[in-house]
Design a protein around this ligand. Sequence first.
Ligand code: ADP
Length: 481
Amino acid sequence: MQTIRGRLTAWYASAVALTLAAFAGILYLERRSASYQELDQRVRTEADQTSGILSEIYGSGGLLLQRSATGGMELIPQVAATLEPVPGFLIITAADSTGVLFVSADVRAAGFPVLQQLQELARTDTANRSVRTARLAPDGPTIRYVVRPAAGGPRFGAVLAAADVGPTELGVQEFLTPIALVFPFSLLVAWLLGSWIARRALEPVDQIITEVEEISDGRSLHRRLAQPMVRDEFGRLAETLNDMMGRLERSFVALRRFTADASHELKTPLTVLRAGVERAVTTPNLPQETLVVLEETLQEVNRMTELVDALLTLARADEGRAPLARETVDLRGLVHEVQETGELLAEPGEVRIEVEVPAEPVMLAVDRTRMRQLVLNLLTNAVKYTPAGGRVRITLAQEAHRVTLVVSDSGIGIAPGDLPHIFDRFYRADIARTRTGERAGAGLGLAICRWIAEAHGGTIEVQSRPGRGTTFTVTLPRDAT
Ligand code: ADP
Protein backbone atom coordinates (compact mmCIF):
# COMPACT_ATOMS: atom_id res chain seq x y z
CA MET A 1 0.00 0.00 0.00
CA GLN A 2 2.30 2.69 -1.29
CA THR A 3 -0.33 5.39 -1.71
CA ILE A 4 -2.64 7.11 0.75
CA ARG A 5 -5.42 6.31 -1.70
CA GLY A 6 -4.71 2.58 -1.41
CA ARG A 7 -4.60 2.78 2.38
CA LEU A 8 -7.81 4.79 2.63
CA THR A 9 -9.58 2.30 0.37
CA ALA A 10 -8.36 -0.62 2.46
CA TRP A 11 -9.45 1.09 5.71
CA TYR A 12 -12.84 1.91 4.28
CA ALA A 13 -13.42 -1.62 3.01
CA SER A 14 -12.28 -3.07 6.35
CA ALA A 15 -14.65 -0.75 8.22
CA VAL A 16 -17.54 -1.83 6.01
CA ALA A 17 -16.58 -5.51 6.41
CA LEU A 18 -16.44 -5.15 10.21
CA THR A 19 -19.78 -3.35 10.34
CA LEU A 20 -21.38 -6.01 8.14
CA ALA A 21 -19.90 -8.82 10.25
CA ALA A 22 -21.09 -7.18 13.49
CA PHE A 23 -24.51 -6.58 11.99
CA ALA A 24 -24.78 -10.19 10.82
CA GLY A 25 -23.57 -11.44 14.23
CA ILE A 26 -26.13 -9.41 16.16
CA LEU A 27 -28.90 -10.42 13.76
CA TYR A 28 -27.91 -14.06 14.14
CA LEU A 29 -27.95 -13.94 17.96
CA GLU A 30 -31.28 -12.10 17.99
CA ARG A 31 -32.82 -14.57 15.62
CA ARG A 32 -31.48 -17.51 17.58
CA SER A 33 -32.80 -16.25 20.87
CA ALA A 34 -36.24 -15.54 19.32
CA SER A 35 -36.42 -19.06 17.85
CA TYR A 36 -35.52 -20.61 21.18
CA GLN A 37 -38.13 -18.53 22.97
CA GLU A 38 -40.73 -19.72 20.47
CA LEU A 39 -39.68 -23.32 21.01
CA ASP A 40 -39.79 -22.95 24.80
CA GLN A 41 -43.21 -21.35 24.59
CA ARG A 42 -44.44 -24.29 22.53
CA VAL A 43 -43.25 -26.96 25.00
CA ARG A 44 -44.66 -24.97 27.91
CA THR A 45 -48.08 -24.66 26.21
CA GLU A 46 -48.09 -28.37 25.36
CA ALA A 47 -47.37 -29.35 28.95
CA ASP A 48 -49.88 -26.86 30.40
CA GLN A 49 -52.63 -27.82 27.99
CA THR A 50 -52.12 -31.54 28.60
CA SER A 51 -52.26 -30.98 32.30
CA GLY A 52 -55.34 -28.78 31.76
CA ILE A 53 -57.20 -31.48 29.81
CA LEU A 54 -56.47 -34.04 32.53
CA SER A 55 -57.59 -31.69 35.31
CA GLU A 56 -60.80 -30.83 33.47
CA ILE A 57 -61.84 -34.47 32.95
CA TYR A 58 -60.79 -35.37 36.48
CA GLY A 59 -62.68 -32.42 37.90
CA SER A 60 -65.90 -33.39 36.08
CA GLY A 61 -65.59 -36.94 37.41
CA GLY A 62 -64.83 -38.44 33.99
CA LEU A 63 -62.92 -41.64 33.42
CA LEU A 64 -59.26 -41.22 32.59
CA LEU A 65 -57.52 -44.56 32.99
CA GLN A 66 -58.01 -48.17 31.97
CA ARG A 67 -56.00 -51.30 32.46
CA SER A 68 -53.59 -51.98 29.64
CA ALA A 69 -52.89 -55.22 27.85
CA THR A 70 -49.67 -55.65 29.84
CA GLY A 71 -51.49 -55.30 33.15
CA GLY A 72 -50.44 -51.75 33.97
CA MET A 73 -52.58 -48.58 33.69
CA GLU A 74 -52.94 -46.33 30.63
CA LEU A 75 -55.05 -43.38 29.42
CA ILE A 76 -58.35 -44.33 27.92
CA PRO A 77 -58.18 -44.22 24.06
CA GLN A 78 -60.51 -41.16 23.75
CA VAL A 79 -58.19 -38.99 25.86
CA ALA A 80 -55.06 -40.52 24.27
CA ALA A 81 -56.43 -39.63 20.83
CA THR A 82 -56.73 -35.95 21.82
CA LEU A 83 -53.10 -35.91 22.89
CA GLU A 84 -51.76 -37.90 19.92
CA PRO A 85 -51.59 -34.96 17.42
CA VAL A 86 -49.32 -32.98 19.78
CA PRO A 87 -45.95 -32.69 17.97
CA GLY A 88 -42.67 -33.67 19.65
CA PHE A 89 -42.14 -35.74 22.74
CA LEU A 90 -44.91 -36.01 25.34
CA ILE A 91 -45.17 -38.48 28.21
CA ILE A 92 -47.42 -38.72 31.26
CA THR A 93 -45.93 -40.70 34.14
CA ALA A 94 -47.80 -42.63 36.83
CA ALA A 95 -47.73 -41.54 40.50
CA ASP A 96 -45.39 -44.33 41.51
CA SER A 97 -42.93 -43.00 38.90
CA THR A 98 -42.28 -46.48 37.60
CA GLY A 99 -44.87 -46.66 34.85
CA VAL A 100 -46.03 -44.36 32.09
CA LEU A 101 -49.69 -43.61 31.42
CA PHE A 102 -49.19 -42.04 27.96
CA VAL A 103 -46.37 -41.92 25.38
CA SER A 104 -46.58 -39.85 22.17
CA ALA A 105 -45.75 -41.26 18.72
CA ASP A 106 -42.36 -39.53 18.54
CA VAL A 107 -41.27 -41.11 21.81
CA ARG A 108 -42.38 -44.53 20.63
CA ALA A 109 -40.40 -44.03 17.43
CA ALA A 110 -37.30 -42.94 19.37
CA GLY A 111 -37.25 -46.24 21.28
CA PHE A 112 -37.11 -47.53 24.82
CA PRO A 113 -33.83 -45.89 26.01
CA VAL A 114 -35.23 -42.47 25.13
CA LEU A 115 -38.45 -43.22 26.98
CA GLN A 116 -36.45 -44.29 30.01
CA GLN A 117 -34.43 -41.11 29.95
CA LEU A 118 -37.56 -38.94 29.66
CA GLN A 119 -39.14 -40.80 32.52
CA GLU A 120 -36.06 -40.12 34.61
CA LEU A 121 -36.20 -36.41 33.74
CA ALA A 122 -39.91 -36.29 34.61
CA ARG A 123 -39.18 -37.86 37.99
CA THR A 124 -36.27 -35.64 38.98
CA ASP A 125 -37.38 -32.31 37.57
CA THR A 126 -40.94 -32.08 38.84
CA ALA A 127 -40.13 -29.17 41.10
CA ASN A 128 -38.58 -27.19 38.26
CA ARG A 129 -40.99 -25.01 36.32
CA SER A 130 -38.56 -23.56 33.77
CA VAL A 131 -37.67 -24.98 30.36
CA ARG A 132 -34.35 -26.80 30.38
CA THR A 133 -31.98 -28.47 27.94
CA ALA A 134 -30.96 -32.13 27.86
CA ARG A 135 -29.10 -34.34 25.46
CA LEU A 136 -30.73 -37.66 24.70
CA ALA A 137 -28.21 -40.48 24.76
CA PRO A 138 -26.69 -42.14 22.97
CA ASP A 139 -26.01 -39.64 20.15
CA GLY A 140 -29.60 -38.56 20.32
CA PRO A 141 -30.93 -35.08 19.67
CA THR A 142 -30.67 -32.17 22.06
CA ILE A 143 -34.05 -31.25 23.50
CA ARG A 144 -35.73 -28.43 25.40
CA TYR A 145 -38.20 -29.82 27.92
CA VAL A 146 -40.51 -28.85 30.72
CA VAL A 147 -42.15 -30.92 33.43
CA ARG A 148 -45.56 -30.14 35.00
CA PRO A 149 -47.58 -32.05 37.61
CA ALA A 150 -50.24 -34.12 35.83
CA ALA A 151 -53.48 -32.91 37.46
CA GLY A 152 -55.48 -36.11 36.69
CA GLY A 153 -55.84 -37.45 40.19
CA PRO A 154 -53.73 -39.40 42.68
CA ARG A 155 -52.62 -42.01 40.17
CA PHE A 156 -50.96 -39.40 37.98
CA GLY A 157 -47.33 -38.32 38.26
CA ALA A 158 -46.02 -35.67 35.84
CA VAL A 159 -46.45 -34.43 32.27
CA LEU A 160 -43.23 -33.97 30.29
CA ALA A 161 -43.29 -32.08 26.98
CA ALA A 162 -40.10 -31.78 24.93
CA ALA A 163 -38.97 -30.70 21.44
CA ASP A 164 -35.88 -31.40 19.38
CA VAL A 165 -33.81 -28.20 18.89
CA GLY A 166 -32.29 -29.51 15.60
CA PRO A 167 -34.82 -27.89 13.20
CA THR A 168 -34.63 -24.57 15.09
CA GLU A 169 -30.81 -24.50 14.84
CA LEU A 170 -31.01 -25.39 11.17
CA GLY A 171 -33.50 -22.58 10.54
CA VAL A 172 -31.23 -20.04 12.22
CA GLN A 173 -28.24 -21.21 10.21
CA GLU A 174 -30.16 -21.08 6.96
CA PHE A 175 -30.91 -17.48 7.74
CA LEU A 176 -27.16 -16.79 7.59
CA THR A 177 -26.82 -18.12 4.02
CA PRO A 178 -28.08 -15.02 2.18
CA ILE A 179 -25.89 -12.83 4.38
CA ALA A 180 -22.83 -14.94 3.47
CA LEU A 181 -23.73 -14.57 -0.20
CA VAL A 182 -24.18 -10.81 0.00
CA PHE A 183 -20.98 -10.32 2.02
CA PRO A 184 -18.33 -10.58 -0.78
CA PHE A 185 -20.46 -8.49 -3.07
CA SER A 186 -20.83 -5.73 -0.48
CA LEU A 187 -17.10 -5.86 0.13
CA LEU A 188 -16.39 -5.39 -3.58
CA VAL A 189 -18.81 -2.46 -3.77
CA ALA A 190 -17.21 -0.95 -0.63
CA TRP A 191 -13.75 -1.34 -2.18
CA LEU A 192 -14.75 0.34 -5.44
CA LEU A 193 -16.65 3.07 -3.65
CA GLY A 194 -13.78 3.63 -1.21
CA SER A 195 -11.30 3.87 -4.05
CA TRP A 196 -13.49 6.38 -5.85
CA ILE A 197 -14.02 8.52 -2.75
CA ALA A 198 -10.29 8.46 -1.95
CA ARG A 199 -9.42 9.46 -5.50
CA ARG A 200 -11.92 12.31 -5.46
CA ALA A 201 -10.67 13.50 -2.07
CA LEU A 202 -7.00 13.34 -3.05
CA GLU A 203 -7.32 14.85 -6.51
CA PRO A 204 -6.18 18.29 -5.28
CA VAL A 205 -3.05 16.72 -3.79
CA ASP A 206 -2.11 15.18 -7.14
CA GLN A 207 -2.66 18.54 -8.75
CA ILE A 208 -0.48 20.30 -6.17
CA ILE A 209 2.28 17.70 -6.64
CA THR A 210 2.28 18.19 -10.43
CA GLU A 211 2.34 21.97 -10.11
CA VAL A 212 5.09 22.00 -7.47
CA GLU A 213 7.17 19.63 -9.61
CA GLU A 214 6.91 22.07 -12.49
CA ILE A 215 7.94 24.96 -10.28
CA SER A 216 10.74 23.15 -8.45
CA ASP A 217 13.56 24.45 -10.63
CA GLY A 218 14.95 27.80 -9.54
CA ARG A 219 13.92 29.67 -12.66
CA SER A 220 10.18 29.01 -12.31
CA LEU A 221 9.92 30.35 -8.78
CA HIS A 222 7.80 33.29 -9.91
CA ARG A 223 4.97 30.86 -10.68
CA ARG A 224 2.31 30.13 -8.09
CA LEU A 225 -0.07 27.25 -7.40
CA ALA A 226 -3.68 27.70 -8.42
CA GLN A 227 -5.55 28.35 -5.18
CA PRO A 228 -8.93 26.63 -4.85
CA MET A 229 -11.92 28.84 -4.02
CA VAL A 230 -12.73 26.83 -0.93
CA ARG A 231 -10.40 27.43 1.99
CA ASP A 232 -10.28 23.79 3.06
CA GLU A 233 -7.12 21.90 4.10
CA PHE A 234 -5.88 21.76 0.50
CA GLY A 235 -6.64 25.42 -0.04
CA ARG A 236 -4.54 26.25 3.00
CA LEU A 237 -1.78 23.91 1.84
CA ALA A 238 -1.62 25.66 -1.55
CA GLU A 239 -1.61 29.02 0.20
CA THR A 240 1.20 27.99 2.54
CA LEU A 241 3.26 26.61 -0.35
CA ASN A 242 2.68 29.81 -2.30
CA ASP A 243 3.87 31.88 0.66
CA MET A 244 6.92 29.69 0.96
CA MET A 245 7.68 30.05 -2.74
CA GLY A 246 7.29 33.79 -2.42
CA ARG A 247 9.91 33.86 0.31
CA LEU A 248 12.18 31.51 -1.67
CA GLU A 249 11.84 33.68 -4.74
CA ARG A 250 12.79 36.79 -2.79
CA SER A 251 15.87 35.08 -1.34
CA PHE A 252 16.88 33.78 -4.77
CA VAL A 253 16.54 37.20 -6.31
CA ALA A 254 18.55 38.77 -3.47
CA LEU A 255 21.24 36.13 -3.84
CA ARG A 256 21.55 36.62 -7.59
CA ARG A 257 21.56 40.35 -7.22
CA PHE A 258 24.30 40.08 -4.61
CA THR A 259 26.46 37.81 -6.81
CA ALA A 260 25.97 40.07 -9.81
CA ASP A 261 26.70 43.24 -7.83
CA ALA A 262 29.71 41.74 -6.06
CA SER A 263 31.21 40.46 -9.33
CA HIS A 264 30.53 43.76 -10.99
CA GLU A 265 32.12 45.72 -8.15
CA LEU A 266 35.20 43.48 -8.28
CA LYS A 267 35.75 43.98 -12.00
CA THR A 268 37.10 47.53 -11.87
CA PRO A 269 39.62 47.05 -9.03
CA LEU A 270 40.84 43.89 -10.76
CA THR A 271 41.37 45.77 -14.03
CA VAL A 272 43.27 48.49 -12.20
CA LEU A 273 45.30 45.86 -10.37
CA ARG A 274 46.17 44.06 -13.60
CA ALA A 275 47.19 47.25 -15.36
CA GLY A 276 49.38 48.17 -12.39
CA VAL A 277 51.12 44.79 -12.23
CA GLU A 278 51.56 44.73 -16.02
CA ARG A 279 53.16 48.13 -15.88
CA ALA A 280 55.39 47.11 -12.96
CA VAL A 281 56.62 44.03 -14.85
CA THR A 282 57.94 46.23 -17.64
CA THR A 283 60.02 48.36 -15.25
CA PRO A 284 63.68 48.06 -16.37
CA ASN A 285 66.37 46.48 -14.16
CA LEU A 286 64.00 44.67 -11.85
CA PRO A 287 65.60 42.04 -9.65
CA GLN A 288 64.80 38.50 -10.84
CA GLU A 289 62.96 37.63 -7.59
CA THR A 290 60.62 40.61 -7.87
CA LEU A 291 59.92 39.70 -11.48
CA VAL A 292 58.94 36.17 -10.51
CA VAL A 293 56.65 37.47 -7.76
CA LEU A 294 55.06 39.98 -10.12
CA GLU A 295 54.46 37.35 -12.77
CA GLU A 296 52.85 35.02 -10.26
CA THR A 297 50.68 37.89 -9.06
CA LEU A 298 49.66 38.64 -12.63
CA GLN A 299 48.66 34.98 -13.13
CA GLU A 300 46.52 35.05 -10.01
CA VAL A 301 44.93 38.34 -11.02
CA ASN A 302 44.12 36.84 -14.42
CA ARG A 303 42.59 33.79 -12.78
CA MET A 304 40.48 36.01 -10.52
CA THR A 305 39.37 38.11 -13.46
CA GLU A 306 38.24 34.95 -15.25
CA LEU A 307 36.40 33.80 -12.16
CA VAL A 308 34.65 37.14 -11.69
CA ASP A 309 33.71 37.18 -15.39
CA ALA A 310 32.27 33.68 -15.09
CA LEU A 311 30.32 34.59 -11.96
CA LEU A 312 28.94 37.71 -13.57
CA THR A 313 27.91 35.77 -16.68
CA LEU A 314 26.03 33.19 -14.61
CA ALA A 315 24.46 35.76 -12.31
CA ARG A 316 23.22 37.76 -15.30
CA ALA A 317 21.98 34.60 -16.99
CA ASP A 318 20.03 33.72 -13.84
CA GLU A 319 18.50 37.16 -13.73
CA GLY A 320 17.56 36.84 -17.39
CA ARG A 321 19.80 39.82 -18.16
CA ALA A 322 22.11 38.08 -20.60
CA PRO A 323 20.40 38.31 -23.98
CA LEU A 324 21.96 36.50 -26.91
CA ALA A 325 23.25 38.63 -29.79
CA ARG A 326 22.48 36.16 -32.53
CA GLU A 327 24.04 36.40 -35.96
CA THR A 328 24.27 33.78 -38.64
CA VAL A 329 27.78 32.36 -38.75
CA ASP A 330 29.57 29.46 -40.33
CA LEU A 331 30.40 27.31 -37.34
CA ARG A 332 33.36 25.81 -39.22
CA GLY A 333 35.16 29.15 -39.00
CA LEU A 334 34.42 29.37 -35.30
CA VAL A 335 35.76 25.85 -34.71
CA HIS A 336 38.98 26.66 -36.60
CA GLU A 337 39.48 29.82 -34.57
CA VAL A 338 39.13 27.90 -31.33
CA GLN A 339 41.43 25.21 -32.68
CA GLU A 340 44.23 27.75 -33.07
CA THR A 341 43.88 28.90 -29.46
CA GLY A 342 43.68 25.28 -28.35
CA GLU A 343 46.85 24.38 -30.17
CA LEU A 344 48.74 27.06 -28.26
CA LEU A 345 47.45 25.55 -25.02
CA ALA A 346 48.16 21.99 -26.12
CA GLU A 347 51.70 22.54 -27.28
CA PRO A 348 53.48 22.29 -23.92
CA GLY A 349 51.55 19.15 -23.05
CA GLU A 350 52.19 17.50 -26.42
CA VAL A 351 48.51 16.90 -27.03
CA ARG A 352 47.38 16.53 -30.65
CA ILE A 353 44.25 18.40 -31.72
CA GLU A 354 42.22 16.99 -34.64
CA VAL A 355 39.30 18.80 -36.25
CA GLU A 356 36.66 17.25 -38.45
CA VAL A 357 34.17 19.57 -40.15
CA PRO A 358 31.79 19.08 -43.10
CA ALA A 359 32.85 20.27 -46.56
CA GLU A 360 29.84 22.57 -46.87
CA PRO A 361 29.22 25.59 -44.60
CA VAL A 362 27.41 24.99 -41.32
CA MET A 363 25.31 28.12 -41.01
CA LEU A 364 23.52 28.78 -37.75
CA ALA A 365 22.24 31.89 -35.98
CA VAL A 366 24.15 31.96 -32.72
CA ASP A 367 25.69 34.42 -30.29
CA ARG A 368 29.20 34.26 -31.72
CA THR A 369 31.05 35.23 -28.54
CA ARG A 370 29.08 32.83 -26.35
CA MET A 371 29.39 29.96 -28.79
CA ARG A 372 33.12 30.54 -29.03
CA GLN A 373 33.28 30.53 -25.23
CA LEU A 374 31.43 27.22 -25.14
CA VAL A 375 33.72 25.46 -27.63
CA LEU A 376 36.82 26.99 -26.05
CA ASN A 377 35.77 25.87 -22.56
CA LEU A 378 35.26 22.30 -23.75
CA LEU A 379 38.53 22.30 -25.66
CA THR A 380 40.49 23.82 -22.77
CA ASN A 381 39.11 21.18 -20.42
CA ALA A 382 39.90 18.40 -22.90
CA VAL A 383 43.51 19.59 -23.20
CA LYS A 384 43.80 20.19 -19.47
CA TYR A 385 42.68 16.66 -18.56
CA THR A 386 44.59 14.79 -21.27
CA PRO A 387 48.12 13.60 -20.46
CA ALA A 388 51.07 14.13 -22.85
CA GLY A 389 50.87 12.15 -26.08
CA GLY A 390 47.06 12.09 -26.03
CA ARG A 391 44.67 13.53 -28.59
CA VAL A 392 41.65 15.76 -28.63
CA ARG A 393 39.11 15.76 -31.47
CA ILE A 394 36.47 18.34 -32.38
CA THR A 395 33.80 17.05 -34.75
CA LEU A 396 31.18 19.28 -36.30
CA ALA A 397 28.25 17.67 -38.10
CA GLN A 398 24.89 18.82 -39.39
CA GLU A 399 21.55 17.22 -40.09
CA ALA A 400 18.31 18.68 -41.39
CA HIS A 401 17.12 19.89 -38.00
CA ARG A 402 20.20 20.08 -35.86
CA VAL A 403 23.91 20.68 -35.63
CA THR A 404 26.11 18.59 -33.36
CA LEU A 405 29.47 19.53 -31.99
CA VAL A 406 31.45 16.78 -30.30
CA VAL A 407 34.61 17.39 -28.27
CA SER A 408 36.26 14.14 -27.29
CA ASP A 409 39.60 13.39 -25.67
CA SER A 410 41.73 10.42 -24.74
CA GLY A 411 42.31 11.84 -21.25
CA ILE A 412 41.87 10.78 -17.67
CA GLY A 413 38.08 10.56 -17.87
CA ILE A 414 35.54 11.25 -15.14
CA ALA A 415 34.52 8.83 -12.40
CA PRO A 416 30.87 7.68 -12.72
CA GLY A 417 30.14 9.19 -9.30
CA ASP A 418 31.22 12.65 -10.51
CA LEU A 419 29.48 12.54 -13.89
CA PRO A 420 26.03 13.72 -12.74
CA HIS A 421 27.56 16.75 -10.99
CA ILE A 422 30.16 18.14 -13.36
CA PHE A 423 27.72 20.72 -14.76
CA ASP A 424 27.01 21.99 -11.24
CA ARG A 425 28.54 25.28 -10.23
CA PHE A 426 31.85 25.05 -8.41
CA TYR A 427 31.87 21.28 -8.76
CA ARG A 428 35.29 19.84 -9.35
CA ALA A 429 36.06 16.16 -9.47
CA ASP A 430 38.70 15.22 -6.91
CA ILE A 431 40.74 13.22 -9.35
CA ALA A 432 41.22 16.33 -11.49
CA ARG A 433 42.26 18.44 -8.53
CA THR A 434 45.06 16.09 -7.53
CA ARG A 435 46.44 15.46 -11.00
CA THR A 436 46.34 18.94 -12.42
CA GLY A 437 46.73 20.97 -9.28
CA GLU A 438 48.29 24.07 -10.66
CA ARG A 439 45.96 24.22 -13.68
CA ALA A 440 42.90 23.99 -11.59
CA GLY A 441 39.93 26.14 -12.60
CA ALA A 442 37.05 27.27 -10.45
CA GLY A 443 34.52 24.66 -11.55
CA LEU A 444 32.30 27.16 -13.37
CA GLY A 445 33.32 26.41 -16.98
CA LEU A 446 30.86 23.58 -17.61
CA ALA A 447 28.03 25.41 -15.83
CA ILE A 448 28.52 28.23 -18.33
CA CYS A 449 28.71 25.76 -21.23
CA ARG A 450 25.37 24.29 -20.23
CA TRP A 451 23.76 27.68 -19.90
CA ILE A 452 25.04 28.72 -23.38
CA ALA A 453 23.81 25.49 -24.98
CA GLU A 454 20.40 25.79 -23.31
CA ALA A 455 20.09 29.49 -24.11
CA HIS A 456 20.44 28.46 -27.77
CA GLY A 457 17.65 25.91 -27.28
CA GLY A 458 20.13 23.04 -27.31
CA THR A 459 21.55 20.47 -24.93
CA ILE A 460 24.93 19.33 -23.70
CA GLU A 461 25.69 15.76 -22.71
CA VAL A 462 28.72 13.93 -21.45
CA GLN A 463 30.00 10.38 -21.69
CA SER A 464 33.14 9.29 -19.97
CA ARG A 465 35.13 6.33 -18.75
CA PRO A 466 37.95 6.81 -16.29
CA GLY A 467 41.30 6.27 -18.02
CA ARG A 468 39.71 6.11 -21.47
CA GLY A 469 38.64 9.67 -22.15
CA THR A 470 35.62 11.92 -22.20
CA THR A 471 33.17 13.01 -24.89
CA PHE A 472 31.01 16.13 -24.68
CA THR A 473 28.20 16.39 -27.23
CA VAL A 474 26.48 19.73 -27.86
CA THR A 475 23.30 19.55 -29.90
CA LEU A 476 21.83 22.77 -31.31
CA PRO A 477 18.44 22.86 -33.01
CA ARG A 478 18.13 24.43 -36.43
CA ASP A 479 14.48 25.50 -36.21
CA ALA A 480 15.15 27.74 -33.20
CA THR A 481 17.27 30.01 -35.40
P1 ADP B 1 37.19 23.44 -14.10
O1 ADP B 1 37.39 24.89 -14.13
O2 ADP B 1 37.58 22.80 -12.83
O3 ADP B 1 37.72 22.74 -15.30
P2 ADP B 1 34.64 22.84 -15.24
O4 ADP B 1 33.26 23.26 -14.87
O5 ADP B 1 35.11 23.19 -16.57
O6 ADP B 1 35.60 23.34 -14.10
O7 ADP B 1 34.70 21.28 -15.06
C1 ADP B 1 34.21 20.67 -13.90
C2 ADP B 1 34.93 19.38 -13.61
O8 ADP B 1 34.65 18.43 -14.64
C3 ADP B 1 36.43 19.49 -13.65
O9 ADP B 1 36.93 19.85 -12.40
C4 ADP B 1 36.88 18.12 -14.06
O10 ADP B 1 36.95 17.30 -12.92
C5 ADP B 1 35.75 17.61 -14.91
N1 ADP B 1 36.05 17.66 -16.35
C6 ADP B 1 35.61 18.58 -17.24
N2 ADP B 1 36.04 18.29 -18.49
C7 ADP B 1 36.77 17.16 -18.38
C8 ADP B 1 37.49 16.36 -19.32
N3 ADP B 1 37.55 16.66 -20.63
N4 ADP B 1 38.15 15.25 -18.86
C9 ADP B 1 38.09 14.96 -17.55
N5 ADP B 1 37.44 15.67 -16.61
C10 ADP B 1 36.77 16.77 -17.02
